[in-house]
Ligand binder design. Structure first.
Ligand code: SF4
Length: 172
C-alpha cells in the first residue's frame, strides 16, 4: 500500500516549540532542594526510599545546594527567625524554579499557627506552586504533588485556564 506524504508526515514528524521541549524535560527531571524543617521531612524521606520510590518518576536527585536545585520541597514549620535564610535559599535557586509546601505547617503554620515565632504559611515569604494538605501528608501525597507540579510545568497554559475557570465557577 502506498503511503501518502501527508500520512508519512503525520507518523514521522513532530512539530513543537523549544519552550515545550524544555518544559517536557523539566517536568520529567526535577531536582528538589531538601528544605526539611520539621517532622513532615520523615515522610519526604519515605517517599524517596525503596517502598515508595520517588525515583520512578525522575525526581530522586535531592540536592543540598540551592544552586543545583529547581524545586524547593518544604516540609515542616518555618519560623520567623529562619525565614530570611529560607528566602535566601529560594533566591539562590536558578530560574525557572518551583516551590512545594508539604503539610499543614508549611501551608498555614499548622498546630503552631498561633505562636509568635511561626510563619503562618510559607506563601507569606515565597511563591508556592503546589500545596499538600495533611499532618503529615503520606508519601503517596508527595508523589501526587510532584506529578501535579509536572503537569503545571509541562502545560502552563492549560493549568492557568483551569484555574481561571475554577475561580469563575465554571470548572472542576
Ligand atoms: S504538618 Fe504536622 S507532621 Fe508536618 S511538620 Fe507540621 S506538625 Fe509536623
Amino acid at each position: 500500500m502506498e503511503v501518502t506524504t501527508e500520512e508519512w508526515l503525520k507518523h514521522n514528524v513532530i512539530v513543537t516549540s523549544i519552550e515545550a521541549v524544555l518544559n517536557w524535560a523539566r517536568g520529567n527531571s526535577m531536582w528538589p532542594l531538601t528544605s526539611g524543617l520539621a517532622c513532615c521531612s520523615i515522610e519526604m524521606m519515605h517517599a524517596s526510599a525503596s517502598r515508595f520510590d520517588l525515583s520512578r518518576f525522575g525526581y530522586e536527585v535531592f540536592r543540598p545546594s540551592p544552586r543545583q536545585a529547581d524545586v524547593m520541597l518544604t516540609t515542616g514549620t518555618l519560623t520567623w527567625k529562619m525565614a530570611p535564610v529560607f528566602v535566601k535559599l529560594y533566591e539562590q535557586m536558578p530560574d525557572p524554579k518551583f516551590v512545594v509546601a508539604m503539610g499543614s505547617c508549611a501551608i498555614s503554620g499548622g498546630p503552631f499557627v498561633d505562636s509568635y515565632s511561626v510563619v503562618p504559611g510559607i506563601d507569606k515569604v515565597v511563591p508556592v506552586d503546589v500545596f499538600i494538605p495533611g499532618c503529615p501528608p503520606r508519601p503517596e501525597a508527595l508523589i501526587h504533588a510532584m506529578i501535579e507540579l509536572k503537569r503545571k510545568i509541562q502545560h502552563p497554559d492549560v493549568v492557568e485556564k483551569q484555574r481561571i475557570e475554577r475561580l469563575s465557577g465554571h470548572g472542576w
